[in-house]
Design a protein around this ligand. Sequence first.
Ligand code: SF4
Length: 181
Amino acid sequence: MPTDHQLSPAPTPEAEPAAVRRTGHQTWCPSAGPERPESVVLGVQSPESGQVVYLAEPIPAAQAAAMVPEGIDPRRILRFAAHCDQRCPNNSAGDCTLVNRLQAVPVRQVHAHQIPRCHLRQDCQWWTQVGVEACRRCPALVTVRTAGDEFGDLVADPATTRADLAAWITANPAAEAPSGS
Ligand code: SF4
């Protein structure tokens, strides 16, 4: 039987992060910004392949962002992770709708049987939610999209359905599908 000093008021649904309600612990978003106090670097965007190269260990986002030349958005070079936040437009009752949409994106051959080694996995919202199907698509995701990235814009839009994405892919068979958050 707990004593009084071990008890604390139960959080209201509004105050408790949705990801905590779903999994019992705070999950992390693998496509966040560097501005949050807990933000860390997930990986580096390779200029050659356009894919993320994942760090073996997280490093604080502020430390890495400070090394990015002025005038360049750090999210163009680095991928950041931070707490999954119920205020995010992609959050729906604790689920990330972005990773649900991402599952419509074709997987690159190299990731059909291999997934990245990733320091975030045990806390990753996407892994928690859809498992390996997220990791197969995660390296291709860019947080900041370039102008004219029609498919990336569609993926990023919370109003887009997987049927919309499937229709775009069917209508654009020659396009290499990029993806954005
Ligand atoms: S989706 Fe997979 S590869 Fe991407 S951050 Fe989460 S666990 Fe790592």
